[in-house]
Design a binder for this molecule. Sequence first.
Ligand code: 4NP
Length: 168
Amino acid sequence: MHIITVCLGNICRSPAAEAVLTRALDEAGIEGVTVSSAGTADYHVGERPHPSSTAEGESRGYAFTTRGAQFAVGDFDGGDLVLAMDSGNERDLLALARTPEDQAKVVRLGAFASDAGDGVRDVPDPWGAEREAFVAMYDQIEDAVAGLVRALQEDRVGEVVAAQRAPR
Ligand code: 4NP
């Protein structure tokens, strides 16, 4: 299984989600799941993740090795789950999707969060914001990733994706 985390620029949120998910899978002993990240925009292709994102992430022990990449429609072929950080990312991904099968891979990360029962929250865009926004971003991502890991362990990912999609 391959999971792609997606935000707008691929320098703040999606590299953070990639790093958090990679370590959480490792700690949970889940094998056979790989993770990458991408942005819907091409603004930061080839760039290292944003210093505010890596600073907070490294303080939590995460490692950052990737460079900015833009999500391409062919990425649906290699991905089984495409995790959008916010509803704008989700809308852009659904617009790119070629088939119902592509669409069915797209879900907001917040669908796995502990507060998802109150409605799925976006991971807000922290670009240009103060350090506290990056702290809150990691807190939110870590919570949702823990939910995603549990859903993987309990084979409930498809159910969560379908439930988020249902009201459309
Ligand atoms: P990200 O944050 O989508 O979490 O990587 C952003 C990074 C760059 C821009 C917007 C959001 N930008 O407009 O360049």
